[in-house]
Design a binder for this molecule. Structure first.
Ligand code: ZN
Ligand code: ZN
Length: 408
């Protein structure tokens, strides 16, 4: 037994100083009494989510924050891309990132992105989804723009195969070749899928209309970057805790699901800028009544960072602060709350960077420090010092009285 744990991950909240904000970061410039209250009464620090200077993806970042070493469990992007488009991924599945591409009559790739196709890829994808070949279940789903994901499910599949995607234009797609004898079946299925994708897509009404409109047909799927979904030990198996996650984004949901967390859908929690943060806070408090640990991901700050919009990002921080107010007021006295981010998405970089993120832990057992506000620089002076992402869960488990002694 032990106390409860609540982890609030503000996706991409970390940033760098902005001149137009008088040298403050968007977070530092935001009115944030509730975050400051948590930092002031809590213990603070900064975290290198993977390692200093390493730019995390949201997938590797969340693995680390759930106490899993991404260098050990992240074998290829395929399975995580599949989660990102909302596919269910199981241990043993092999998944590939794919492009909708264009080949000519001689089967030469003339455009790896099919004229940067944007529309109706869902219709094309449906014609390829849910097939079976030599006992292997084959699933395909569209991603954003010209991207898609191929997912294979059967016992004994291997990701050790070469890419059919030639990674250049003017040549024919490559045969998928097994790199080990165990990968022979995987390669046969992939080759059959690519061939079939051309047969079906070349005759597809969407492509006939594209040709009529002078656009390139998306008449073949080119897979690359095979990855195997490893068996991840669940949070229950590792720590004996029940757990739940609240997130709007498919990728984060997928990772929480494979970590064995119950997914809680919240009305209005979209994963977009319009997400209902208060609804998420209420749902988190409710989930704590019947789960030992609850994780909440709020995506909006990352989106503002990718857009390079520091005023929007500061405004998002202000909205997150309001939700933290609701959380703080309703928080049971035996719960430790960690407020942090999964990486920095500085507005000047418009992408994730390796800058460490602020962290505040609030709860009955913390040794509060002299930090009075929640920000990238203020938290750096806190009592937790500088941690790695994989340290977060052990620290919380210890505060919650859920760890075993090491030694006598
Ligand atoms: Zn992220
Ligand atoms: Zn991002």
């Amino acid at each position: 037994m032990g106390d409860g744990i609540l982890v609030v991950i503000c996706d991409g909240l970390g940033d760098r100083p902005v001149k137009a904000l008088k040298g403050a970061t968007p977070l530092e410039s935001a009115v944030r009494p509730n975050m400051n209250h948590l930092a002031g009464r809590g213990v603070c620090g900064i975290m290198d989510i993977i390692a200093p200077g390493v730019r995390p993806g949201s997938d590797t970042a969340h693995l680390a924050l759930l106490g899993l070493d991404p260098y050990k469990v992240y074998t290829g992007r395929g399975p995580f891309e599949a989660m990102g488009v909302g596919m269910e991924v199981r241990p043993g599945d092999v998944a590939f990132r794919c492009n909708f591409s264009t080949v000519n009559d001689k089967m030469e790739v003339v455009d790896r992105r099919a004229g940067r196709i944007k529309d109706r890829t869902d219709e094309l994808a449906r014609s390829l989804d849910n097939w079976e070949f030599e006992g292997v279940k084959v699933y395909f789903k569209e991603g954003t723009e010209h991207r898609g994901v191929l997912l294979l499910r059967a016992a004994g599949l291997s990701p050790l195969v070469s890419d059919p995607d030639p990674h250049e234009e003017g040549v024919r797609p490559h045969d998928c070749v097994p790199k080990t004898p165990e990968a022979a079946l995987t390669a046969r299925v992939v080759n059959a899928f690519v061939k079939r994708s051309h047969q079906i897509l070349n005759e597809h009404p969407v492509n006939k209309e594209r040709i009529k409109a002078g656009q390139k047909p998306a008449n073949i799927i080119l897979p690359r970057g095979a990855g195997l979904m490893p068996h991840l030990p669940t949070i229950k198996e590792r720590f004996g805790m029940t757990s739940a996650a609240i997130a709007g984004v498919a990728l984060v949901k997928g990772i929480c699901r494979v970590a064995g967390m119950e997914l809680i859908d919240v009305k209005g929690a979209t994963g977009g800028l319009d997400t209902d943060m208060n609804a998420k806070a209420e749902a988190a408090l409710k989930a704590l009544e019947c789960h030992d640990m609850v994780l909440v991901n709020i995506k909006a700050a990352d989106l503002a960072g990718h857009d390079g919009d520091f005023r929007l990002k500061a405004n998002v921080a202000k909205r997150i602060d309001k939700a933290m107010g609701a959380l703080r007021k309703g928080l049971p006295s035996d719960v430790h709350l960690a407020l942090t981010a999964d990486h920095s998405t500085p507005c000047c970089a418009k992408d994730h960077t390796g800058d460490p993120v602020p962290l505040a832990i609030y709860g009955p057992n913390v040794r509060s420090d002299n930090v009075k506000s929640f920000g990238e620089r203020a938290c750096a002076l806190g009592g937790l010092g500088r941690l790695r992402g994989t340290d977060l869960l052990p620290v919380l488990l210890d505060l919650a009285g859920r760890t075993q002694k090491f030694g006598a």
